[in-house]
Write a protein that binds this ligand. Structure first.
Ligand code: ARG
Length: 484
């Protein structure tokens, strides 16, 4: 099986990795727990229980965690300085082997942890066997996943910001581009295209806040919990935490090895980001349809049809919408994984990785592609304002106009509803009725009503924080630009 992937251990590296299902007798070392069992594990069971096919993605974090653990063991006189040197040298070589693609991953060795540990022992002998002192794979894997996720969260925050900047750039050009705002997908009131875009900016702002908050709970060190109860060695957990850049340690050893809240919480954040982008995608798809014709998406985000020569399909937003289902599925998978688990660690937890990794990969690609897609949106203001001429978008403005002349709102609403019905019968917009026609619905209407009925007047009138008036949207853009 060949897998290509990226590892970020401070630097982003790409390497190829081969997993060997079968190993020759010469390579096959004694099983890690062979002392306990009378017969070897069945081949199918080996494949069923192995995680190296996917958890090799954690390799660089596993090495990082092992280095910090070994450094602490030496500082606490649990292993010798010579052992520490050997471990560092061996892990350094393993890192190079992994990067260059020489490292041989063995399915027989179950997971990333045992593969690296076995290779270390074959390189440096007894020092390699001492590395696991005061540690278990239970606290080791929990640490690796947290290191991985912390790194990915930081990357994702950068990508959210890039998308926000793309939105701001587009919005800045369209504070005076009028379009209908919709409720129930029916024309509601005039808004600017910038105002609409800025709604997504706000969603992404909350998404970033959520990730930053989630990171606090990710960034705690499980190591030292060992299998579940802690260790009898005189370890210094805070020292390891400091070496690895954690904000502190997980304070209960049982919780440290069994907690996957942080992964569930992250996936919930990711599902929400995808949900926001899915809504946006749905709008892009609608707006690109000739029935709307509000925008065009750059060709590089679309595909054609194998049969219909005229087609230009918005594949990317459609896939974002589709992939949201996949990430939502991962959230449910992780919640379900956890719901019946007794304390402390259970092998069920090995199943956390694929949903988590796929969530990260899907979200990363989606954010990247989305920022580029937003930057490439071509806006068609004529189609937007044409749509504003249908649907009586300024009916509320007429009601407000009457209210400002002393008519109680409910009565104004009733009068305007009648005016809309009459205009509809005549096939005209409210602004296209004559003053006399309008006055038949209220004596309080005079010539300045047409200013209130204009779409730009309607827009400018919503002049308060959060409103669609161009001056307000420009101020909103300026405010958030400063924050970014
Ligand atoms: N591959 C395992 C996982 O992903 C590592 C921990 C195994 N611990 C154990 N006690 N079997 O969870």
């Amino acid at each position: 099986m060949a897998v290509e992937f990226l590892v970020h251990g401070g630097k982003a590296l790409s390497f190829r990795c081969f997993i060997l299902g079968q190993v020759g007798a010469a390579m096959q070392d004694k099983d890690t727990w062979s002392g306990r069992f009378a017969e070897p594990v069945a081949d199918l069971v080996k494949r069923y229980t192995a995680s190296v096919g996917f958890d090799h993605k954690l390799a660089m974090y596993d090495i990082q965690g092992s280095l910090a653990h070994a450094q602490m063991l030496a500082a606490c006189d649990i292993i010798s300085a010579q052992d520490l040197n050997d471990i560092k040298r061996g892990l350094g070589q393993i890192e190079n082997e992994i990067i260059s693609g020489e490292f041989v991953w063995l399915l027989d060795l179950e997971d990333v942890h045992l593969n690296i540990e076995k290779r270390l022992t074959s390189l440096v002998g007894d020092a390699g066997k001492r590395l696991h002192t005061g540690r278990s794979r239970n606290d080791q894997v929990a640490t690796d996943v947290r290191l991985y996720l912390r790194h990915e969260i930081d990357e994702l925050l950068g990508l959210i910001k890039a998308l926000q900047l793309a939105l701001l750039d587009l919005a800045s050009q369209h504070t005076n581009t009028l379009m209908p705002g919709f409720t129930h997908l029916q024309v509601a009131q005039p808004i600017s295209f910038a105002h609409h875009l800025m709604a997504y900016f706000e969603m992404l702002k909350r998404d970033a806040e959520r990730l930053i908050d989630c990171r606090k709970r990710v960034n705690r060190l499980p190591l030292g919990a060992a299998a579940l109860a802690g260790t009898s060695f005189p370890i210094k957990r805070e020292y390891v935490a400091q070496l690895l850049g954690f904000d502190g340690v997980c304070e209960n050893s049982l919780d440290a090895v069994s907690d996957r809240d942080f992964a569930i919480e992250f996936t919930a954040c990711a599902a929400l980001i995808m949900t926001h982008l899915s809504r946006f995608s749905e709008e892009l798809i609608l707006w690109m349809s000739p029935r709307f014709g509000f925008i065009d998406i750059a060709d590089r985000f679309c595909t054609g049809s194998s049969i219909m020569p005229q087609k230009k399909n918005p594949d990317v937003p459609e896939l974002v919408r589709g992939k949201t289902g996949r990430v939502n599925g991962h959230l449910v998978a992780l919640l379900t994984l956890m719901k019946g688990q007794p304390l402390a660690y259970n092998k069920d937890n090995q199943e956390d990785k694929e949903p988590l990794f796929d969530t990260v990969d899907t979200l990363r690609d989606t954010l990247r592609i989305f920022a580029d897609m937003v930057a490439g949106i071509a806006v068609k203001p004529e189609a937007m304002s044409e749509a504003l001429r249908q649907g009586f978008a300024t009916a509320t403005d007429l009601a407000d106009y009457l209210v400002k002349r002393g008519v109680p709102f409910r009565d104004a609403h009733e009068a305007v509803a009648k005016a809309v019905r009459a205009a509809e019968t005549k096939g005209r917009d409210l602004a296209e009725l004559t003053l006399t026609e309008l006055q038949s619905f209220s004596k309080l209407i005079d010539n300045n009503v047409f200013a209130a009925l204009s779409v730009s007047g309607s827009l400018a009138a919503r002049d308060h924080i959060g409103g669609t008036a161009p001056i307000q949207v420009r101020a909103a853009i300026a405010r958030v630009r400063k924050l970014l």
